[in-house]
Design a protein around this ligand. Structure first.
Ligand code: AMP
Ligand code: FE
Ligand code: FE
Ligand code: ZN
Length: 266
């Protein structure tokens, strides 16, 4: 497979450590011809970005990774090639901004109850237009409450841990609908990370356009199952590194990608 585009990565607009411009430069240096940036619940990276991509000879398609909940489990949905100014996408991003604000404050309350006080400004100082648990974890490390991101998640912030909190839930059907209204493609992100077969089976019956079949440092033999499943359903296959920069240091930009044919189908 000839590498054409890494379709999954995070910029500093969510929980990545590189700016959108720096990601364009990484894609260019890596020899890619196309890319998408898929921040969690925001499209802020795309402000003035198409012109900058064009200047480097790169084909940029819009992208986003939405957080959803299904049967109380977290599910990520990728959206691609939607209209960036579509109200359905912008409204959903706005809803997530409110959800995150409420949830983050709940997490800070719990941390304070567990003798780890932090202000929202401590957290905001860690960057991100969209603030997530990784930013809270970084602020905790700074205060000496944890020694690594992994420890902060394992002991305090991970699902079911003492300082975990959920806020408003956004459903899978409303997310697919918002992406479709914006003329985009709705894709199941990293399906191999979904632990429950009940949840996976339920997702496979929903009106998605495809699934993510190439992922991060995934071995080719591991994605056979997903490629076959996509073929059976007549679905698209996407792929990318899920690069986060220094926040996930074991994943390099371009670790996974799609070829030109798959890129054009999106
Ligand atoms: P949030 O969207 O704010 O709930 O935060 C979830 C994000 O935190 C994920 O998308 C990952 O980027 C990151 N994350 C989740 N679990 C871990 C972990 N164990 N260690 C480091 N980062 C994690
Ligand atoms: Fe992330
Ligand atoms: Fe994800
Ligand atoms: Zn991701």
């Amino acid at each position: 497979m000839i590498p054409f585009a890494d379709l999954h990565c995070h910029s500093c607009c969510s929980d990545g450590s590189f700016t959108p411009q720096e990601i364009l430069e990484l894609a260019h240096a890596r020899g890619f011809k196309g890319l998408s940036i898929t921040d969690h619940d925001t499209v802020a990276a795309y402000k003035n970005l198409p012109e900058k991509a064009q200047a480097l000879g790169l084909e940029l398609i819009s992208g986003v990774e939405f957080s959803c909940v299904l049967r109380e489990e977290s599910v990520h949905i990728l959206g691609y090639h939607f209209d960036l100014d579509s109200p359905s996408i912008l409204n959903l991003c706005q809803k997530h901004a409110m959800r995150r604000e409420e949830r983050n404050l709940k997490i800070l309350e719990k941390l304070a109850q567990n003798n780890m006080p932090l202000t929202y400004d401590d957290v905001k100082a860690q960057g991100g237009t969209v603030i997530g648990r990784p930013h809270i974890a970084l602020a905790m490390i700074k205060k000496g409450y944890a020694s690594s991101l992994q420890e902060a998640f394992r002991k305090h912030l991970g699902e079911g841990r003492p300082s975990f909190a959920t806020g408003l839930m956004v459903t899978v059907p409303e997310t697919i609908e918002a992406i479709h209204q914006a003329k985009g493609k709705a894709i199941i992100a990293h399906p191999h990370l979904i632990q429950s077969s009940k949840i996976l089976n339920q997702l496979l019956e929903m009106p998605f356009d495809g699934l993510e079949g190439y992922y991060a440092n995934f071995l080719l033999k591991d994605n056979k199952r997903w490629l076959q499943l996509a073929e059976k359903k007549g679905w698209l296959v996407t792929g990318g590194s899920d690069f986060h920069g220094t926040l996930k240091p074991n994943i390099e930009y371009g670790a996974s990608y799609v070829d030109e044919r798959r890129f054009r189908l999106l």
